[in-house]
Design a protein around this ligand. Structure first.
Ligand code: CDP
Ligand code: CDP
Length: 223
């Protein structure tokens, strides 16, 4: 079975998708981490992120690997562990521009389709149900109020010892959502056959259980 989870920033996609994959024994693919890894590399290599061509050239020189080790996702680029580096605010605030280029998206989607073809998978991102695995048996559109999404990100940053202001984080999330929803190529959009799960006020486990219920209902129907 293929499970696609899409939605805006801070909806809980990666946390929940990883847990769902763990419970089912499926492969987990965090597609946002792939765009983040390329953004980090572009910053390191001083590559102009307004050029899709330059970014594609850079991507073609990279060996990008996603591994789940003891329940945590590890992102490796040319054998370097960049798991923490890709979550910095610098990367976060530039990743939507990198991800807006058609050349970049085509190459990423190709890699993602290859991973999805390996078998049972839970994949999260922005265009999974609409473009990467349009034939996914289960499609979830995960969302939550902007206040809650900003608060979650803010608390996450504080836990990691970063300084942040809730107002700034909220604005950054708003800006990123706007860019992701309005780009020309494969914008963030609920797939027509996706089930919306509003996670406002729900704990991680409650969301995981809701999604597992949807998965079991689908498998009983023999989809
Ligand atoms: O976890 P968070 O919601 O902050 O973002 P992410 O899933 O790590 O994705 C980071 C960025 O990558 C998004 O804001 C999008 O610009 C881009 N992205 C995308 O365009 N398509 C995807 N399938 C996944 C991410
Ligand atoms: O991937 P996405 O940006 O959609 O969200 P995430 O990175 O999985 O979750 C953002 C933060 O919200 C994390 O710190 C999660 O632990 C937290 N979270 C939460 O508090 N309650 C939920 N129901 C889901 C996530």
């Amino acid at each position: 079975m293929k499970i696609a989870i899409d939605g805006p920033a801070g909806a809980g996609k990666s946390t929940v998708a990883k847990k769902v994959a763990d419970q089912l024994g499926y492969l987990y693919v965090d597609t946002g981490a792939m765009y983040r890894a390329l953004t980090w590399k572009a910053l390191q290599a001083n590559v102009d992120i307004s050029s899709g061509e330059a970014l594609l050239r850079l991507l073609n020189q990279c060996n990008l690997e996603l591994k789940v080790e003891s329940g945590t996702l590890k992102v490796m680029l040319n054998n370097q562990d960049i798991t923490a580096e890709i979550r910095t605010r610098d990367v976060t605030n530039l990743v939507s521009e990198v991800a807006s280029h058609q050349q970049v998206r085509e190459a990423m989607v190709q890699l993602q389709k290859e991973m999805a073809a390996k078998g049972n998978v839970v994949m999260d991102g922005r265009d999974i149900g609409t473009h990467v695995i349009p034939d996914a048996e289960v499609k979830i559109y995960l969302t939550a109020s902007i206040e809650e999404r900003a608060r979650r990100r803010y608390e996450e940053l504080l836990t990691k010892g970063h300084k942040a202001s809730l107002r700034e984080i909220k604005q950054e999330i708003r800006d990123r959502d706007r860019k992701d929803k309005n780009r020309e190529t494969a914008p963030l959009k609920k797939a027509a056959d996706a089930v919306t799960v509003d996670t406002t006020g729900l704990s991680i486990d409650e969301v995981v259980n809701r999604i597992l219920k949807i998965v079991y209902q689908n498998s009983k129907q023999g989809v």
